[in-house]
Design a binder for this molecule. Structure first.
Ligand code: OXD
Ligand code: MN
Length: 587
């Protein structure tokens, strides 16, 4: 039954249904009753397993196909008219050729399946910053995840009204054939098509496909920014809350940073950390000329392994109700979710992420390295009360960071906005399991947007420079590296809650409350200005963490020069100037 009279919507749905030929069509109205029915259906059909109702109420476990466990960057496309506009970091195909290929794959793909139609909102429904989408899918798992990750249902259709201003998304699991898996964005048509996958990052179309790849295009046109960033508020003992955005590559601890628990010494003095978002920030110039950020999502799609009572108790607490776990292990002693690094004691027996019997002697991981939880933001004990503020929060600092065993110091500050854009553009990090491919290889990941920027990367850098010009009071820009290792490969900095020590310094810099030492890269802290009280780190070690190895940086400069070369003359001149200045300072 149709629940909209929007002729653009119905014409599009009818055309997709004619192509995919589903057995039936179900509109997702967002009601509790409907979602409960779908959960029952998902359990009955074997798509999900209901977990212990007392310990994990309304929580479920889903296992994906073993060949469908991560984002597939090599099968992700930006299909705009001109190849040059997609740029050298994106895969491209001529749009009509890609449509032809995808329509071929969609043909009859929903025979004997139900087609679900999910109206969803990125952002608070009806707020000036919200954007709407409709995802058509044949996956009940997608419906139930979208119901956590986004605001869904009839209210979205009311907000869309009779407009054509919504993002069209089509997803079919198809046959899960990985040779024919495609995640495709058509930014000029506001359309996304995803076939032959059922892994979150490829199929929850509101997230990476819309809120980053399509939205980065919209932001460029409409003068705002769609970023792969966490948003957090830090409350000091005086009760002032200052906000920070942080861009880190996938699976580099954004969720942990966004929900960190201050070290004891800080907590006792009254410091608090408030989470606004853990993955995506939409940023605009506010009426006051500052940058304001909103989190357009409604849930967390976090990496499970390593999340524990010690590393991130807030995340663990967030997953205790209404959560879907994907590719974690099932602890058979009490029918709960388990993953490596969750508890000190390993379950004696489990069903692993592939559905096989597992014991600690099995010699394999019980949970997949990229297993995930999809959990409602409202469960988060440290959720900021500004999460539902339609204006978002004013940003004082932007932090870039990656996993670098050696080169990058613990923290440094850029000289100004344009230099900060340079710092973001040269970000590099060791790859993780969030995407298929080799893990641990250092690759450039500018602003952590390599897999998510929906147009030419150098134009995106230019957009950053332009946004800086439009902002009256620009946030200060920093780079951090929590992952520096010693000669034996051990992390030197403890990370997690202790990162607040660095964030405190960053915020002090934003409010001119602390001095800094100028260096080749910008500004670094005087060791005495980072509070180490109660930490395992002494001032000498901190000094080492802040050291800049000039030889490594000379090598880095020549690699960046080569990297920039890939983008031709679209690289903003301000970035070349920063690179030249860095090179000169190393002579
Ligand atoms: C994610 C990712 O899932 O970046 O957030 O891969
Ligand atoms: Mn992410």
């Amino acid at each position: 039954m149709d629940i909209t009279v929007n002729a653009h919507v119905t014409a599009w749905i009818n055309s997709v249904a004619a192509k995919t030929r589903p057995e039936g069509i179900v509109w997702i109205d967002g009601s509790k009753e409907q979602l409960n029915e779908l959960r029952e259906l998902a359990v009955k059909s074997g798509c999900m397993v209901r977990l212990n109702e007392e310990k994990l109420p309304n929580c479920f476990l889903h296992r994906t196909d073993p060949d469908d466990v991560a984002r597939v960057e090599n099968r992700t496309f930006i299909c705009c008219k001109n190849e040059e506009d997609a740029g050298p970091t994106n895969h491209w195909m001529e749009p009509s050729e890609m449509y032809c290929k995808l329509y071929g794959l969609l043909d009859g793909s929903m025979i004997e399946r139900t087609m679900y139609i999910i109206p969803y909102s990125m952002g608070i429904i009806g707020s000036p910053f919200a954007k709407y989408g409709i995802e058509i899918t044949d996956s009940i798992y997608v419906v139930l995840n979208m119901a956590i990750m986004t605001r869904i249902g009839c209210d979205v259709l009311t907000a869309i009204g009779n407009n054509e201003d919504f993002i069209k998304g089509i997803h079919t699991q198809g046959t899960l054939d990985k040779e024919n898996r495609y995640i495709v964005q058509f930014p000029e048509d506001n359309t996304i098509i995803s076939v032959n996958s059922n892994y979150g990052g490829n199929v929850l179309l509101g997230k990476k496909c819309f809120a980053l790849r399509i939205a980065s295009n919209l932001g460029r046109k409409e003068e705002w920014m769609a970023e792969h960033m966490l948003i957090l508020g830090v409350e000091n003992p005086q009760g002032e809350v200052r906000y920070v955005c942080g861009a880190f590559p996938s699976a580099c601890g954004k969720t942990n940073l966004a929900m960190m628990i201050p070290p004891d010494g800080y907590r006792l003095k009254g410091w608090k950390v408030w989470c606004v978002g853990d993955d995506i920030a939409w940023i605009r110039v506010g009426k006051d000329g500052r940058l304001w950020a909103v989190n357009p999502e409604y849930g967390f799609f976090g990496v499970a392994p390593g999340t524990s009572e010690k590393s991130n108790p807030n995340a663990l607490e967030t997953t205790r109700e209404g959560t879907i776990f994907t590719n974690v292990a099932l602890d058979t002693s009490d029918n709960t979710a388990w993953w490596e690094g969750m508890t000190k004691i390993t379950p004696a027996h489990a069903i692993d992420w592939r559905g096989n019997e597992w014991t600690p002697e099995s010699g394999t991981k019980a949970a997949h390295q990229n297993s995930r939880f999809t959990a409602p933001t409202k469960n988060c004990p440290c959720l900021s009360h500004k999460f539902e503020n339609p204006e978002g929060v004013p940003i004082s600092a932007i932090i870039f960071g990656g996993r670098r065993a050696k080169t990058a110091p613990l923290v440094y500050q850029s000289r100004d906005w344009n230099h900060g854009v340079f710092v973001g553009s040269i970000m590099a990090s060791e790859t993780t399991a969030a995407a298929t491919g080799k893990v641990g290889i250092v690759r450039r990941d500018p602003m952590a947007m390599l897999p998510f920027c929906g147009y030419h990367m150098a134009d995106y850098w230019q957009h950053w420079i332009d946004m800086g010009r439009k902002t009256i009071k620009q946030p200060k820009i920093f780079n951090v590296n929590w992952f520096r290792t010693d000669d034996e490969g051990h992390f030197i900095w403890p990370g997690f809650g202790d990162n607040l020590r660095v964030v405190e310094w960053i915020l002090k810099r934003c409010f001119d409350e602390v001095d800094a030492r100028e260096c080749e890269l910008g500004f670094v802290p005087y060791t005495a200005d980072i509070n180490l009280e109660g930490s395992e780190v002494d001032e000498k070690t901190l000094g080492e963490l802040l050291e800049i190895d000039r030889e490594l940086w000379k090598k880095e400069v020549s690699e960046i020069r080569e990297y920039y070369g890939k983008f031709g003359d679209r690289v903003p001149k301000e970035l070349w100037a920063s690179l030249n200045r860095l090179e000169d300072s190393l002579k």
